[in-house]
Design a protein around this ligand. Structure first.
Ligand code: GRF
Length: 197
């Protein structure tokens, strides 16, 4: 039976679209729901257009009460019986309590060559540091932010005069390639890291 994948987003959802498109034919998984924490995330419309249930669990009414938000998220997810979660541009920090419930069953994509540049503004930080290359990583989610075993990386050279925007524009298509490749392997029980190119 196919594994059921919940995809969590906060914005445009281009990684969500790449993941959802990849799950067809002999792929061992299927998307079961897309959840956004922001009602205005355009990725929700894109998911619905692909025929995937698309729902919002707005974090704002919960203010600083992260566990209460996560309870609501967990309840909403339960209705779709996911086997695993892919975080795809989901911009909320999750507590150890939530992460623990999905231990070994939750992936994230992060726009840096982890363990470098956890958190935000990754491309600007790589340029500022004078790094020769940048990229993206897919990793298993553990309680520490942007930590956890790396299951795949894609890298690009940083060019003279690069801006964070230019770098992001070169890395995003690699995210769309990397994440589906890692997901397919992960669902098949293969944790050997994917390396792109
Ligand atoms: C991606 O760069 C992802 O790595 C991140 O935020 C961006 C999300 O883009 N942390 P999208 O919503 O998948 O288009």
């Amino acid at each position: 039976m196919s594994k059921r994948v919940a995809i969590l987003i906060s914005g445009g959802g281009s990684n969500m679209v790449a993941l959802a498109r990849s799950m067809h034919g002999d792929h061992p998984a299927r998307p079961c729901v897309v959840v956004s924490n922001r009602p205005d995330a355009t990725g929700l419309e894109r998911a619905a257009a692909m025929g995937i249930p698309a729902i919002c669990v707005d974090h704002r009414p919960f203010a600083a009460d992260r566990p209460a938000f996560e309870d609501a998220l967990q309840t909403a997810l339960a209705g779709y019986a996911p086997d695993m979660i892919c975080l795809a541009g989901f911009m909320r920090v999750l507590t150890a309590g939530f992460v623990g419930q999905w231990a070994g069953r939750m992936l994230n994509i992060h726009p840096s060559l982890l363990p470098k540049y956890k958190g935000l503004n990754t491309h600007a930080r790589a340029i500022e540091a004078g790094d020769a290359e940048a990229g993206c990583s897919v990793h298993e989610v553990t309680p520490a932010l942007d930590d956890g075993p790396v299951l795949g990386q894609a890298r690009v050279p940083i060019e003279p005069g690069d801006t964070p925007e230019r770098l992001a524009a070169r890395i995003l298509p690699l995210e769309h390639q990397l994440y589906p490749e890692v997901l397919r392997r992960f669902v098949a029980g293969d944790r050997r890291p994917v390396r792109l190119p």
